[in-house]
Design a protein around this ligand. Structure first.
Ligand code: NAG
Ligand code: NAG
Ligand code: NAG
Length: 287
């Protein structure tokens, strides 16, 4: 084999083992959301999660929190379920107007998917044989509650949530969407956490019990109905997308410390809210 062919093979192999090439919070973002959620589960929810996870996961929801990104290739129908496109520059979200795929098919967006997999999981322990694969329902739900908290997963239609906006992250070329999936988290890990995602998770957990302790109750509850309340999370995301992600950014912007230092608190908050709300949803579903 020629060297060039080997390089192509290695690159293709890397695409499969590094799901951060595809969009959604990157692997560390999703891992963080699931790791924050799991210790907050009630006994009933913890038992259901343990029962539904494949044995290979060793009762660690985090290890499969990016499963939904890895199956996009085998389940192409699931791709539109990771995000919501809202009208350009409007900075609002409405389920009836926005939750559809590119062909206009209703409910095919991340908010519709959260409702779908929540209602499937509500059949756990009730029907002798559910018509749905509840292991997949759990893995989709855990992933999508993370995605809906990534501000640019509820972004503008024409730029595909920042995927078509080229920027530089310090000296590297990337797109705005990827900055919010991965780069802000990676730079924070390198600077503050010894490049270790566990240190980031610990720091967020400390803030959940201290700085944010008064707010956690309001994150966990929905003003109407039981958690999850994806319409609330999506409305918060498009507001954060307008106020922070898109703000001051244009084609070929160079994003450096000014951007990183002011946006990192938003990323930290959204990861913490995602984790707290995933636990609240599972606790409500499994009773
Ligand atoms: C609901 O879940 C089923 C099973 O995974 C899937 O086929 C369907 O596309 C999902 N629909 C939505 C809107 O999430
Ligand atoms: C449910 O989905 C998982 C993950 O895709 C798969 O490994 C398992 O075989 C499925 N279970 C059934 C009963 O189809
Ligand atoms: C935790 O809260 C402190 C004080 O507000 C803040 O400086 C720090 O950046 C926060 N860390 C995380 C990971 O949220």
């Amino acid at each position: 084999m020629k060297l060039f062919e080997i390089q192509i093979l290695v690159f293709v192999a890397l695409l499969f083992v590094c799901p951060s090439f595809v969009h959604g919070w990157g692997v560390d973002g999703h891992l963080t959301v699931c790791r924050i959620a799991q210790p907050r589960l009630s006994e009933a929810a913890a038992n259901a999660v343990k029962d539904l996870l494949p044995a290979s996961a060793d009762d660690d929801l985090g290890s499969l929190c990016s499963w939904a990104d890895r199956v996009k290739f085998h389940y192409p129908w699931s791709s539109p379920l990771h995000y919501i496109d809202t009208p350009d520059n409007l900075c609002t979200y409405l389920y009836s107007r926005d939750c559809k795929d590119e062909n206009g098919i209703k409910d095919r967006c991340v908010a519709g998917a959260i409702n779908n997999y929540t209602s499937q999981l509500l059949s756990y322990g009730k029907d002798a044989a559910s018509q749905h694969n509840l292991t997949e329902a759990l893995l989709f739900l855990a992933h999508f509650v993370g995605d809906i908290h990534q501000p640019l997963h509820v972004g503008f239609t024409s730029d595909k949530g920042g995927n078509t906006i080229d920027v530089h992250w310090y000296t590297r070329k990337t797109v705005l969407h990827h900055v919010w999936d991965d780069n802000i988290i990676e730079t924070a890990e390198q600077r503050y956490d010894n490049s270790d995602v566990d240190e980031l998770i610990d720091a967020l957990q400390k803030n959940i019990t201290a700085e944010w302790a008064d707010k956690v109750k309001t994150w966990e509850t929905c003003s109407s109905g039981k958690p999850p309340c994806p319409n609330v999370y999506a409305s918060e995301s498009i507001k954060a997308a307008c106020n922070w992600a898109y703000k001051g950014v244009s084609e070929n912007s160079v994003l450096e410390d000014d951007y990183f230092l002011t946006r990192l608190p938003i990323v930290n908050l959204r990861l913490a809210q995602g984790g707290v709300r995933l636990a609240a949803a599972l606790n409500s579903i499994f009773g």
